[in-house]
Ligand binder design. Structure first.
Ligand code: FES
Ligand code: FES
Length: 159
């Protein structure tokens, strides 16, 4: 056991755990951030995606020692019910999901995309979500929702 410092959603936190504890377990079990989901545990589904220094990463495949000192953003850092991120609002508007289990990971991947490319094509959106599996088959609505959020964010910037 060892203490590790990292930044989660803008807050400095210290976690005491084994160095090889998966980041996903740290988030869910040590910090109570259960929005990030366990799907496969072997980096195949994308439901556990978080941003690490702005890049989408599968938290089941990252160790606590590997993310020490890094800046992590989870789905809880995206928005709140009172102040939702445009991506979250667009997913609601498009009803882009059924069970919703994949959506935290998809929203994180989509945020990383829109942060680097505010006007992605449908193909670019699909490629950015390549590592995210939706078992309910909501892909078409998910692509529409990301495009809708991108358009709304561009409109907001133009105002
Ligand atoms: S739980 Fe991490 S990729 Fe599936
Ligand atoms: S909405 Fe159910 S897995 Fe995507």
């Amino acid at each position: 056991m060892q203490a590790f410092s990292l930044t989660i959603n803008g807050n400095a936190v210290s976690v005491t755990a084994a160095a090889d504890t998966p980041l996903l377990d740290v988030l869910r079990n040590h910090l109570g951030l259960v929005g990030t989901k366990f799907g496969c545990g072997v980096e195949q589904c994308g439901s556990c995606m978080v941003l690490v220094d702005g890049k989408p990463e599968k938290s089941c495949g990252k160790t606590l020692s590997g993310v020490a000192g890094r800046d992590i953003v989870t789905i809880e850092g995206l928005g709140t019910p009172q102040h939702s991120h445009p991506l979250q609002q667009a997913f609601l508007d498009e009803q882009a999901g059924q069970c919703g289990y994949c959506l935290p990971g998809i929203l994180i991947s989509a945020k990383a995309l829109l942060d680097r490319n505010p006007a992605p094509s449908r193909g670019e959106i699909a490629r950015a979500l390549d590592d995210n599996i939706c078992r309910c088959g909501s892909h078409a609505r998910i692509l529409r929702a990301v495009a809708r959020a991108a358009a709304q964010m561009r409109q907001g910037d133009a105002r």
